[in-house]
Design a protein around this ligand. Structure first.
Ligand code: SF4
Ligand code: SF4
Length: 284
């Protein structure tokens, strides 16, 4: 199949193996609307065929995520089926059996030079047992896997997260926090480049992404909001005719954006100030 070269400007290759999850965090950044439940999953061989078309850079991995990516029945096959020169990151809640994982996946397959861990386990207070998570992370670390813990700084759980952070750091675990995005007690949290993007009122703009976003059925989307709403598919990862076009696209859904796409955040070098999409207003 034709190669898919990632534009130099791109910062992220997001592969949503499934939007299903085995936890139900109240602050989940994914929008588990009715539409996300309707996605079909493509099997491991299709993911391998489509993702192996990608030509990326050593510092730009394919990030397997979800939902919870380990719920995809071909999770391990996909990891082991990708070309060795394609680096892999995994975002997971680590509810899976790490012994089975270690038996099937070599530490070098998910280990690269980066200022943060390749396997990023999320900690969700009140949804999971912290001690179990910590034990799994320590076991992976002892076996040379690149793994760390990340927690969303939910305003209602700051004390629990800080306690866990201190405990993890004392145990030698890299523990980092991410901004909470969205509303809590009627107050909006997060720093956004385009505040009006979350107004709830749709208008028309030109929008250009810096991310390759691939949904569970292999469809490619302009942004997270489109993925969660199942709208405006721009191609399919297994379609021979699909190519990545680094262009502005017309969008009539500005105002209904996802916080993830319009927040000010760190890029892959952990430098602050990056925003996933660039917006231009149409000239009337
Ligand atoms: S583990 Fe992650 S994907 Fe699953 S519900 Fe919690 S925040 Fe959402
Ligand atoms: S304007 Fe918002 S909804 Fe439209 S493509 Fe850009 S990020 Fe997505």
């Amino acid at each position: 199949m034709k190669e898919l070269t990632i534009p130099e400007r791109y910062n992220y290759i997001a592969v949503f193996l499934t939007l299903a999850c085995n936890l139900k965090c109240p602050f989940c950044i994914n929008d588990f609307s009715d539409k996300t439940e309707g996605y079909s999953l493509i099997p491991a061989d299709k993911w391998i065929e489509g993702l192996n078309r990608i030509v990326s850079r050593p510092d730009l991995p394919v990030t397997l995520q979800g939902g919870e990516p380990s719920l995809h029945p071909g999770f391990i096959d996909i990891i082991n089926g990708l070309r060795p020169d394609l680096n892999i990151d995994i975002l997971t809640n680590l509810q899976f059996d790490v012994d089975e994982f270690m038996e099937a996946v070599s530490p070098s397959r998910v280990h690269r030079d980066a200022p943060y861990a390749s396997i990023r386990a999320s900690y969700h207070p009140r949804q999971m047992d912290y001690e179990e998570l910590k034990a799994k992370v320590l076991k992976l670390l002892e076996n040379d896997y690149s793994v760390g813990i990340w927690a969303v700084q939910h305003p209602g759980m700051l004390a629990e997260i800080e306690w866990a952070r201190e405990d993890a750091v004392n145990a030698g675990i890299d523990f980092r926090v991410k901004d909470f995005l969205g509303y809590h007690d009627g107050q909006r949290h997060g720093v956004y480049k385009y505040e009006e993007a979350l107004s709830g009122e749709a208008s028309s703009v030109e929008c250009r992404t810096s991310e390759l976003i691939i949904g569970p059925s292999g469809d490619v989307f302009r942004c997270h909001a489109d993925l969660y709403q199942g709208r405006a598919v721009i191609g399919h990862i297994c379609d021979e005719l699909f190519d990545i076009e680094d262009v502005f696209r017309q969008c009539g859904c500005f105002g209904l954006c996802n916080p993830c796409d319009v927040k000010t955040k760190t890029n892959r070098y952990q430098e602050f100030g990056h925003t996933s999409v660039e917006i231009e207003w149409e000239k009337s």
